[in-house]
Structures are given as structure tokens and as C-alpha cells.
Design a protein around this ligand. Structure first.
Ligand code: ADP
Length: 230
């Protein structure tokens, strides 16, 4: 069973008389345990694809399934519940709350899931340890470096132990050494916990770390996809 499957998916943004095809008849299945990169230049449709795979938006045509369930016509509340329990996000749009501490930013996910206090504390501690930030738990997000903030975002994405994590340009705002460390951290989570990853990048060094690369050009998958690791 696929973790996420897009079949014949198109996304057309309309504004007035102008319409723009951001994704054009995409077929994509991501199986459990994959570490897959959506690669492509700016404007090629990477974010749009990740938003559809994350049930944050609906396709104009085609179907999107999560864990074998067709989610295409899902209402907003149902989609929110599905996301909360099955998908972790590392997206610029879900920035950290700057005045909250690293631990509080991570704990927020578990509060939404109504987890009891003891379990929350234990899980937050484990998630911050996994990203190497135990010593920074009580620092406010605003006081952390860019790389540390991205680690908090990753801790927040893994703390609910979702089977699937989506990351939109997770290294985009980082210098190259920090970016490489972040992608290696994601790969380590993928290997040790079996979490499926779908992430986007236009950076060749990051793309080279992926187990599978899907190349998008003008909203279409170009040249088949490449499974480099066996
Ligand atoms: P990428 O992530 O590869 O940079 P995007 O998915 O953000 O690409 O964008 C793909 C295309 O869709 C671009 O031409 C972009 O301008 C357009 N687009 C993205 N979001 C919207 C939106 N909400 N409304 C209108 N056009 C959009």
C-alpha cells in the first residue's frame, strides 16, 4: 500500500480570467519507508504538490489517497484530523512561535492530540534529544539559530510519530553545511524509525541524498523517476 498516491492530479490556479496550470496530470505513488525528493526549479510546482500530498489543498482534477484511503473530497475538519494523526510537516508556512520555548513549540502538537501531561513531557524530551537540542529545550525559538530552529521544526514533525513527513525546502534558508546536517538528520530518522519522507529541494547536494528523485518541470514529471539507492 502507498503512503500517498496521486493519480491524474492537476492543479489549476484561477484568478479572474487568468488560469495557471501549476500541476499537470501527475501520477505519483510513495511507498512506506521512501526518502523521496521532489526536485525542480522555482515555480515548477513542488510546493503545490506537497500541499496536495499533505491534504492542505485539493486537486482541480484527479485523486489523492493517504494510506490507501481516497481523500479527494474530504471536508476541512476531516482533512485536519487526518493531518494531525498521520502527517508531520516541516513547512515555512508553519513557522515556530517565536515567544514559545523549543519544548513548548514541540509540545503543541501533542496538546492538539489530547495526550496526557506525562506522556507529552516524555515525548517532547525524546524528540528534542533526537534532533540534538536537549540543552536548548527551555530557550525561546526566537533566540535560536536558523539551523536550531529547523531542528525544532523537525522535532515538532516527529513528536506525534506520524508515518509520513512532508518537508518543503527544509534546507532552503540554511547555509550549505547546516543544510547538509539537516538532511542527514532527516535521513537518520527515515532509517531508524522507518518514517516515509517526501521533501522538495532545488539544491543538487540535497537532491543527491535522496533515495528517489522526482523531477518536476512546469508542473509535469520529467524523464521518469530515478531510484538511485537499492
Ligand atoms: P515551487 O514550489 O516549485 O516553487 P509552486 O508550487 O510554489 O512551485 O508554484 C507553481 C506555480 O503555481 C507557480 O507559477 C506559482 O506562481 C503558481 N502558484 C502557486 N501558488 C499559487 C496560488 N495560491 N495562486 C496562484 N498561483 C499560484
Amino acid at each position: 500500500m502507498s503512503v500517498v498516491a496521486l493519480e491524474g492530479v492537476s492543479k489549476i490556479y484561477r484568478s479572474g480570467r487568468v488560469s495557471l496550470t501549476a500541476l499537470d496530470r501527475i501520477d505519483l505513488r510513495v511507498a512506506a519507508g521512501e526518502f523521496t525528493c521532489i526536485a525542480g526549479p522555482s515555480g515548477s510546482g513542488k510546493s503545490t504538490l506537497l500541499h496536495l500530498a499533505g491534504m492542505l489543498d485539493s486537486p482541480s482534477r484527479g485523486t489523492v489517497s493517504l494510506l490507501g484511503r481516497d481523500c479527494t473530497g474530504l471536508g476541512r475538519r476531516e482533512a485536519a484530523l487526518l493531518r494531525r494523526h498521520h502527517i508531520g510537516f516541516v513547512f515555512q508556512a508553519f513557522n515556530l512561535v517565536p515567544v514559545l520555548t523549543a519544548a513548548e513549540n514541540v509540545e503543541y502538537v501533542l496538546l492538539l492530540q489530547n495526550r496526557p501531561g506525562g506522556e507529552r513531557r516524555q515525548r517532547v524530551r525524546a524528540a528534542l534529544e533526537a534532533v540534538g537540542l536537549s540543552a536548548w529545550a527551555d530557550h525561546r525559538a526566537a533566540d535560536l539559530s536558523g539551523g536550531q530552529q529547523q531542528r525544532v521544526a523537525i522535532a515538532r514533525a516527529i513528536v506525534g510519530r506520524p508515518p509520513f513527513i512532508l518537508a518543503d525546502e527544509p534546507t532552503g534558508s540554511l547555509d550549505s553545511a547546516t543544510g547538509t546536517a539537516i538532511i542527514d538528520l532527516l535521513l537518520e530518522i527515515n532509517r531508524s524509525q522507518g518514517t516515509t519522507f517526501l521533501f522538495s529541494s532545488h539544491d543538487p547536494r540535497i537532491i543527491a541524498r535522496a533515495g528517489r528523485v522526482i523531477r518536476l518541470v512546469d508542473g509535469r514529471i520529467s524523464g521518469g523517476d530515478n531510484r538511485s539507492h537499492g
